[in-house]
Design a protein around this ligand. Sequence first.
Ligand code: GUN
Ligand code: ZN
Length: 636
Amino acid sequence: MVNAMFEIKYRDACARICDWKFGKYKVRTPNIAIVVNPDKQIVTPAELCDIFGAEIIITNAYIIKKSKNAKKIEKEGMHKFYSWNGPIYTDSGTFQMYSHGSVTIRPQETIDYQKKIGSDIITPLDMFTLPKDNRETAVHKLEETSKRISDARLSVSEQLLVGPVQGGRFIDLREKASLSVGKSGADVFAIGGIVPLMERYEFSRLIDTVMTVKMNIPPGRPVHAFGCGHPMLFSLLVLAGVDLFDSAAYALYAEDKRYMTVRGTFKIDDMHELPCSCPACSGKKPSDMDKRSIAMHNLYVTFGEIRTIRQAIMDGVLFELVEQRVRAHPALLEAYVHLLQNKDYSDFIEKYDPVTKGSAFFYTGAESAMRPAIHRARKRLHERYIPPKGRKGYLVRSFDRFAKSTDNIHFIVRESLYGVVPSDILNIYPFGQTIVPPTASKETHPGADDSLNKYISTYRQYYRSLHIISKYKDAKDLDDYEKEPHDHLLEARSVLMYQYGGGAEKILYGDIKLEVSRKTGRLRRIYIGKDILGTIRAEDGMFVPARLGAERLKDALKKISYRVVVSDDAVPFVMEGKSVFSRFVIDADREIRPYDEVLIVDSSDKLVGTGRCLLNYDEMMDFRDGVAVKTRIGFS
Ligand code: GUN
Ligand code: ZN
């Protein structure tokens, strides 16, 4: 078996930046495999590598077989023929059978041929299922495809094997296909039969297909969207969890003198200006652009978008990028809203979306209020947070940095994207890191009234009195208030409650001392006597437990809660402070989300360390490679 590794390095939403290593190759995903043709190369593989930094190419075994260069390629292999040292992915000819109609190839023949010409990633001859295929046809094609994948696995061992997912327009068949491909031993999961949906701008159905596949295949291997080469679609599909694209579009479009942008495609003959300063466009007018320059431009845009997406993932702003991109076309906007409004999709994305991000949450339009991070924050607030008792409560309209709670007064913000938010958790991501235009209205804060009514009816009896005011200045007794110190202990308790669930605040006992930053006035460290319990991280307000904090959390939280259980052979490494690799994880809390602060325990629930978790439960159970928990402290 070829040794393959797929390892998450950065993440946002369902997107992941991974190092994908197999044999002598290394590819960073998300990425695009550029389609090269053995007979006509408007851009050569050497140029793809040198100019665009392409890491992987894809070519078609069927086209090679019919090519005038077939003999040469069979003899010297594709790597020599294409002068390409990187990985070569081959497609089988399925798509040609679909687009040319009457091609006949035998399944085993195409596998043998792909091996013969030196493919690194082999595709079985799946059966292209059309959106118009009826159920009977779709079932037949699915069964035949499954059989061909299993047969192929028997003879493909030195190369990676692709598992195409068919099923046509039938969501239950897509589900079935995904489960079957997930068990087939394939190294790459490729979503097939989606070209007609993209051609017809049926992007909501494309989202249904991609999400159904993602929700039913194991998370630990790369997912390829077959035939998706338009940069306009990349960010949305990456957000949904697609790792690999392929593009013949750059050349096919150039052939018709069509110019790609992230906002859509334009006919060069209709253009008066070139909106781009890539090397192919700069200094030129549309009338100067020949097919080759258009192909080059199309590639610049394609690779540029892949890099833009990766940067957005690293910065934690992929939703913000997608919300810009989907405005290019109503069908894209509709698909994005469809993705967010479907509860199953939204809940799935929530499991993968990090609990904290490197950048603020930017509100870019009404859809921003539907992001899974908002549902999560609202849900956790509702399930985990309880206000302090016996104070005077003031519900101010919007966020106000002066409205901090004291021993006597509890300030609560009533209109935010998250509904009602108590001031004592406003420093935690995302509450205090959300940027909404100051002209906030009922539209930007949907459900604010419901949230307020619910808060009041649930918690009225907690307060000595509870008042709705506009601004902090409208509160009575401010003279006293301004003299009183902010209640940082309340903040400590509320952060713990919100982050780990109710009960976690019980770790605050004994001789508690709070260290407050002189510069920002914010809570920084919590001590018990001379021992540090934990730190409140400045960037996102999250509690990072020290040893004492971790020990107390372990006692306060019920079993498995916020724990990652490692196998006994990994324990000594964790104790030394080494990170936990996912293959050593034997169990974990289902509620853990990427970037949560977790407790690392052995199989008898003994605490062996703490760390930042990089994966969710499903990922920890499936990924063979990579770090599951970045250990902060090992307890020896
Ligand atoms: N290229 C575009 N769509 C498909 C597909 O469904 N299967 C294969 N093998 N290649 C494709
Ligand atoms: Zn350009």
